[in-house]
Ligand binder design. Sequence first.
Ligand code: PRP
Length: 208
Amino acid sequence: MQSITLALAKGRPAKSTIDLLKKAGIQFNDFHEKSRKLVFYNDDQSIKLIFVKALDVPTYVEKGAADIGIVGKDNILESQADVYELLDLKIGKCKFAVAGKKDHISDQGQQLTIATKYPNIAKNHFAKKGQSIETVKLNGSVELAPLIGLADYIVDIVETGSTLKENGLVVIEDIETISTRLIVNKASFATKSAEVQQFINLLKSTLE
Ligand code: PRP
């Protein structure tokens, strides 16, 4: 059997994925939440686990630096990476939405300005409706943008809805639901098909 490299997103989603892998019998003994280490191996060294930034997971998988990635659908969509998406882990559930001030009136005939951490997703969403937009790429605290007049609306992740609520914003339109997905490099899917399939089957049966 060949070993496989698995890319996981650092931070919040890592814990639930590591817990799921543990349930499936895949243990990374020296992993702990506060560790700054970026590479881990399981007991029999058949899986090399690497921690990368969430938005980089699809890139690592597309380029073959990782055979498999486990990451949120948001990052898969935004990266536009050419990978196979083979399993929905049904964790990290939330949604993408357009949000703004309830009573906001945008200038008629003017292009809408959308603040977002996800400009590709925002552009694709509005393009589907035949609307071209201007995006303002932000790296966080996106909810501030409509409040201070930096943008008409935001395109962002809504999980509990409390960030919107506490900032006096409302969902204008749902875009799509998001959850953690398993993605596979297209070449690895062919050259390491037994290993990849075994890994997917193990996760599938653990999820059931
Ligand atoms: C995310 C997202 C929203 C918030 C949604 O931000 O961009 O701001 O969580 O969660 P809620 O609906 O449960 O309130 P994150 O916590 O990653 O912080 P950021 O503003 O630094 O991006």
